[in-house]
Design a protein around this ligand. Structure first.
Ligand code: SF4
Length: 301
């Protein structure tokens, strides 16, 4: 059944001149079928450089919005429109404006895990891969960082800038069980523990490295270790096992994002058949959000 569905997806993808992008937290069958699998930054670069007419984005809504911002002339499809992100939803324009009013000398750096309407209010966007680089690059000594408080705290420890941090969090990462992480370390004492900066600071204390998902891949590639404990969404364990079949990976605890699992092969097939649901946005919001995303892309090179 799955083979024939994959063949139908492949056929329709060619017919529609589509490219399929998938985040590393997507289910295994989606990662296996995608043209490109990566983190938010890598997929943003793919979205901005692809020649395809249609981008099918297997991820959550803010990622598909970012693809639309970067490629406004292409048709961007999110196969499951209800695949949202509670972290992105925890920030709204009026509250950010209030905070900006309290810190008039600050420029706002916004994690891409945020709605396009809020990106339009920011000076620059960032991902977990380039957050410090972007904060250092903005022309102000004070920065508002939103919406993830753990990533903001992590960055604030490495910069001399004054950072005003929004109190939001990714529920999946912020509730990581630190006791379980410690138990897994005892179980695999020779393993390297890699954790995402959206996890709480207590997890960073236990870890060998605090990295975004792209950084985890680079760490494993250059490490002499054979075993790794992975402190981020479980889809990343599948991604690493695929990339490094000769190494061993184990989740450092249960970190699961239900929104990332809402897309199925069937939904991808339907979206290619119908060419919907298409990501749409107010053109002025897209233009202003595009400035913030462009500053991130320029910083990263
Ligand atoms: Fe949002 Fe967290 Fe899910 Fe990422 S893992 S999409 S930040 S809820």
């Amino acid at each position: 059944m799955n083979d024939s569905m994959e063949a139908r997806i492949d056929h329709l993808k060619r017919k529609r001149d589509a490219v399929i992008l998938a985040h590393s937290y997507q289910p295994p069958e989606i990662q296996d079928m995608a043209d490109h699998v990566g983190d938010s930054l890598e997929l943003s670069v793919k979205a901005s450089t692809t020649d395809a007419s249609v981008i099918v984005f297997c991820g959550v809504s803010f990622m598909a919005e970012t693809a639309h911002i970067l490629s406004p002339d292409k048709t961007v499809i999110l196969p499951e429109p209800d695949a949202g992100c509670p972290l992105a939803d925890c920030i709204e324009v009026p509250a950010l404006r209030t905070l900006q009013g309290m810190h008039p000398d600050s420029l706002t750096v916004l994690y891409v895990n945020s709605p396009a309407s809020v990106k339009a209010e920011a000076y620059a966007c960032c991902t977990s891969a380039n957050a410090l680089q972007v904060v250092e690059s903005v022309p102000s000594d004070e920065v508002i960082f939103a919406p993830d408080r753990n990533l903001g705290t992590f960055i604030s420890r490495s910069t001399k800038k004054r950072v005003h941090i929004w109190n939001g969090a990714c529920r999946s990462h912020a509730t990581a069980d630190i006791g379980e992480m410690a138990s897994r370390k005892e179980e695999w004492p020779d393993a390297r523990l890699l954790v995402h900066p959206e996890t709480p600071p207590e997890a960073w204390e236990l870890a060998d490295a605090v990295l975004g998902t792209g950084g985890m891949i680079r760490y494993v590639a250059s490490s002499g270790s054979r075993r790794f404990l992975i402190g981020t969404e479980e889809g990343m364990v599948y991604r690493l096992k695929t990339l490094f079949p000769e190494r061993e990976f184990m989740p450092a605890g249960l970190i699961y994002c239900e929104n990332m699992k809402k897309i199925s092969l069937q939904k991808v097939l339907l979206s290619l058949e119908r060419l919907e649901p298409v990501v749409e946005m107010d053109p002025e919001v897209r233009r202003r959000a595009g400035l913030a995303v462009a500053r991130m892309m320029e910083t990263t090179g």
